[in-house]
Design a protein around this ligand. Structure first.
Ligand code: PHE
Length: 407
């Protein structure tokens, strides 16, 4: 491995004794599931983003949070660990738990790796969305690549208190003892206020996605980069599920990034976990599916569309196209054809899509081509059986929608 070149998204690194990335793992990089239109992970990321946009507006009514969803997944050990005050001998640095490119670089293990650089760049309110990498067993809820969404908010004294009568009575910092509920440098009152704001924001987020009646609870937690720290759990089908980690940012991180006059909070959540609970997706590996049976269930534009995932058949799909001229002087709606396909094809039809449309310049006639995906949940479909249904759909369309089938 020593001296071999490792290329990741156009950047080249030199391997050494720490290198443990495999070609198979590297093949996941660049898939950017969180950026793919209609992907369930993107729907969830958009819902969280919208919540944050609505929650925090500038005096002029613009969203305060900026979104960073295309940061390079290769980070330095400084970014992933040191900048977050993770001790040199901390277990989370182990080679067996991370994907190292070499001694100094790794695939980020969490989106927190970008906190410090973005703060140094001057961002006060931001979200980071991206793929993260951890060596782990693979099963229904663990996969070596998953996606996180990180939120960071820094506040000045004025932003935290608004315009109070006697501002002199309030301050962010003091020289005190570190206790269970605040850092030594923070005033107990400012830390309490930040905690209340953070928890209010995240509770609002969880209940807006999972429902107003969702049971929630805060559990004390520990992270080297926040103090105090908490995890939010929600009850789903009688089971407590951890949704996110959060806390008041260690002041040393802000100071190291050149910020002296602000106090900050941060949270991080796993998009797969949220999507699995929200849509009832049973296996984390499904997010990587390119099968239309999976993807088509999320093909909607409003990310808040309520859907419950239905298991996709393990049997092969049969794909047949149908083309016809639309009736010349009559109303024709694709929706009518979709209804017809569903009523004739029943549960054999997995999906129908308009794949081509053109108008003949001389004839002034429009032609549509639809692709129908046939698939049975419990058995293999024969081509004859599919052809039979397909022919019935053609006949029915010709007679009830007045289209003329093209051959
Ligand atoms: N980075 C933490 C994780 O991956 C989550 C977290 C983010 C916790 C920000 C607190 C603050 O588990």
């Amino acid at each position: 491995v020593n001296g071999t070149k490792v290329e990741v998204l156009g950047r080249e690194y030199t391997g050494d004794h720490m290198t443990n990335v495999t070609p198979h793992l590297l093949s996941h990089i660049g898939r950017d599931l969180h950026l793919q239109p209609h992907h369930p992970l993107r729907h969830v990321a958009q819902r969280v983003t919208q919540h944050m946009y609505r929650q925090y507006l500038s005096p002029r009514g613009n969203p305060l949070f900026s979104v960073h969803s295309q940061l390079h997944p290769v980070v330095t050990t400084h970014q992933n660990f040191d900048s977050l005050l993770i001790p040199k001998d901390h277990v989370s640095r182990k080679k067996s738990d991370n994907f190292y490119i070499n001694e100094t670089h790794l695939l980020r293990a969490h989106t927190s790796a970008h906190q410090s650089e973005l703060i140094s760049m001057g961002f006060d309110n931001f979200l980071v969305i991206g793929d993260v990498y951890r060596r782990d067993d693979i099963d229904a809820s663990h996969y070596p690549v998953f996606h996180q969404l990180e939120g960071v908010r820094l506040c000045t004294l004025k932003e935290l208190y608004g315009t109070h009568q006697n501002m002199d009575a309030y301050h962010l910092f003091e020289n005190g003892e570190r206790t269970e509920d605040h850092q030594g440098v923070h005033s107990a009152e400012a830390a309490r206020r930040m905690e209340a704001e953070l928890k209010g924001c995240l509770l609002g987020l969880a209940t807006s996605l999972f429902g107003q009646d969702t049971e929630v609870r805060w559990v004390d937690a520990y992270f080297p980069f926040t103090h105090p720290s908490w995890e939010l759990e929600v009850q789903i089908n009688g089971e407590w599920v951890e949704l996110l980690g959060c806390g008041i940012m260690e002041q040393e991180i802000l100071a190291n990034a050149g910020v002296q006059d602000k106090i900050g909070w941060a949270f991080g959540l796993g998009l797969e976990r949220w999507a699995m609970k929200l849509y009832g997706i049973p296996d984390i590996r499904l997010f990587w599916s390119t099968d239309s049976g999976f993807l088509s269930q999320f093909r909607f534009d409003d990310p808040a569309t309520p859907v419950t995932y239905k298991a996709v058949s393990k049997y092969n799909p049969c794909i047949n196209d149908i083309s016809f001229w639309l009736p010349k002087d009559q109303q024709y709606e694709s929706a009518d054809f979709y209804d017809l396909v569903r009523s004739v094809g029943g549960s054999l039809v997995e999906q129908v899509n308009l794949v081509d449309s053109f108008t003949h310049p001389k004839k002034q006639l429009t032609s549509h081509c639809y692709r129908i995906v046939y698939r049975h949940m419990e058995r293999v479909l024969t081509q004859e059986e599919v052809n039979d249904v397909h022919r019935k759909i053609e006949q029915e369309a010709a007679s009830s929608l007045q289209v003329s089938i093209r051959c």
